[in-house]
Design a protein around this ligand. Structure first.
Ligand SMILES: NC(=O)c1ccc[n+]([C@@H]2O[C@H](COP(=O)([O-])OP(=O)(O)OC[C@H]3O[C@@H](n4cnc5c(N)ncnc54)[C@H](OP(=O)(O)O)[C@@H]3O)[C@@H](O)[C@H]2O)c1
Length: 253
């Protein structure tokens, strides 16, 4: 039987990440919100950087006051190498450590065949999002605690082409290979994994097939990865809730 999701009431008695500092770039997003909530429920202090003060405030409202005291909102970008390095240095200065990083950067886009995309589309949906991922990885990996982990979020489009969404697939494929390259370079010194997600029910898409993931359950999976030292250098496929339950059972042993 699966473990029920944690609630604020149970969290007091079960806070496996108490005292840990978790950074969620993209935490203001649809999937990011579920990841942020799950780490807060697990007892962590969660730092969410964001380019927009309004979106950061919106996240705090969604999370609510009960968990919000450990949610640290940082109005700061990470779209360039310099910005991401400044951000990572600031978090170490403010909190003394970085235990887990879960980048959930960039969302969905569709509408043009590859031969129709404009240079602006390419810049926005490939160059900027891919650069942010690289900037965050190079800034945070060297500052991760020895027992820490790095868990990228990406979607099925990284492995399967979706017509009119080719740029998103190319971005996802680049990020997946970045994770594999990081694992090859780290050679076990830090854990680097990725979650490969199917469709996710979230605040912007509240309805969907009952077999689909939800943002909250994706968050549970990200927490399970952070808590499982044996999970390293993996691409964890989470297409449906059924797959997620199997992976949770495996990771939680
Ligand atoms: N939603 C789904 O159904 C689904 C399914 C499978 C996989 N995924 C994956 O989940 C991840 C997040 O998706 P999402 O649906 O949560 O997306 P989203 O709602 O659009 O959120 C994306 C987040 O990325 C941040 N970001 C930073 N730099 C960005 C840039 N240059 N361009 C765009 N966003 C940028 C944004 O932060 P700011 O606050 O700074 O704007 C925002 O919080 C992606 O890897 C996506 O492939 C999502």
């Amino acid at each position: 039987m699966s473990t029920p999701p944690l609630s604020p009431e149970t969290q007091q008695h079960h806070a496996p990440l108490d005292g840990k500092v978790v950074v969620v770039p993209g935490g203001t997003g649809n999937v990011g919100e579920g990841i942020v909530r799950a780490f807060l429920l697990a007892g962590a202090t969660v730092v969410v950087p964001g380019r927009s003060q309004e979106r950061l405030e919106g996240l705090a409202e969604l999370i609510g006051p009960q968990l919000g005291d450990r949610l640290i909102r940082l109005p700061a970008g990470y779209g360039t190498f310099a910005e991401a390095t400044d951000l990572a240095e600031r978090i170490v200065t403010d909190h003394g450590r970085i235990d887990h990083v879960v980048p959930s950067i960039g969302g969905w886009w569709r509408g043009k065949a590859l031969w129709q995309v404009s240079e602006t589309d390419w810049q926005q949906h490939f160059v900027e999002t891919t650069t942010s991922h690289v900037a965050v990885a190079r800034a945070f990996i060297p500052r991760l605690d020895a027992d820490g982990s790095y868990t990228l979020i990406t979607g099925f489009a990284a492995r399967e082409p979706y017509p009119q969404a080719g740029i998103i697939s190319m971005h996802g494929a680049a990020v997946l290979m970045m994770r594999e390259a990081l694992s090859a370079e780290l050679r076990g010194r830090r854990r680097a994994n990725n979650l490969l997600l199917g469709p996710v029910i979230s605040r912007s898409r509240p309805n969907g097939d009952p077999s689909w993931l939800t943002a909250g359950r994706v968050g549970e999976a990200a927490v399970a990865v952070a808590l499982a030292p044996s999970v390293r250098d993996e691409s964890i496929r989470l297409g449906t809730l059924e797959e997620l339950e199997k992976e949770l059972a495996r990771m939680r042993g």
